[in-house]
Design a protein around this ligand. Structure first.
Ligand SMILES: [Ca+2]
Ligand SMILES: [Ca+2]
Length: 219
């Protein structure tokens, strides 16, 4: 039984990896292929005076549920790709915010069922995509959602990130995905050294400590 369970788990992981790979390749980094856009001045929540327009930094994002996973794809346009040796949000990177609590329990706080993920794309052939999970200011770093597949690829004029969370592990680590969830997407832009600006799809620069700006959808 044990062996069979493990094989089933590995097979599911392989399917999720294949889905993430397909999502990463299918859109080719095109922002316009995605329903959610980060390209308006009012979405610049950090460094408004340093953001020079969509060609400086903008993004398109989609979030969808498959049989086994919650898949988030973010295509970023950025005129200069710069990583960070320190905190990942100080370099070019994206942020995913998820609140899996039932709607009636979404009170703005970071509690069980809420987390943030920061993903820094691989900017050189030998580099690795790096990511970390965070939750609010009281418990800064939390365990990974096991089996999460994180891919990044350089595109014409930017990069693309695809993250596939296995539903089974989301439920084990946080809460089961219900009919709706609240989410947000952020993009950090460094063009020289350190973050110059941050765009947020729905919320504010306080997203890391308050869920009030998240947006509810039925994925
Ligand atoms: Ca830029
Ligand atoms: Ca940049």
């Amino acid at each position: 039984m044990r062996t069979s369970t493990r094989i089933h788990g590995l097979a599911a992981a392989a399917v999720i990896a294949a889905l993430a790979q397909a999502a990463c390749q299918s859109t080719g980094g095109g922002i316009s292929a995605h329903p959610h856009r980060l390209d308006r001045p009012e979405q610049v929540v950090i460094g408004a005076d340093r953001w020079s327009g969509p060609e400086d930094c903008s993004a398109g994002a989609s979030i969808r549920r498959t049989d086994d996973a919650l898949v988030v794809t973010i295509a970023v346009r950025d005129d200069a790709l710069v990583g960070s040796a320190g905190d990942p949000w100080e370099g070019d990177s994206v942020e995913i915010y998820l609140d899996l609590r039932p709607e009636a329990q979404r009170d703005g706080s970071y509690a069980s069922g809420v987390f943030q993920m920061v993903i820094a794309p691989a900017l050189a052939p030998e580099a690795k995509t790096t990511y970390s999970f965070h939750v609010g200011e009281n418990a800064f770093h939390i365990p990974d959602v096991r089996g999460t597949v994180v891919l990044s690829a350089l595109t014409d004029g930017g990069y693309q990130v695809t993250v596939s969370f296995p539903l089974e592990e989301l439920a084990r680590t946080h809460l089961p995905l219900g009919e709706s969830l609240a989410f947000d997407i952020g993009v950090n832009d460094a063009d020289d050294a350190g973050r110059e600006s941050q765009l947020m799809l729905f919320g504010t620069a306080d997203n890391w400590t308050s869920t009030r700006g998240f947006h509810s959808i039925a994925p």
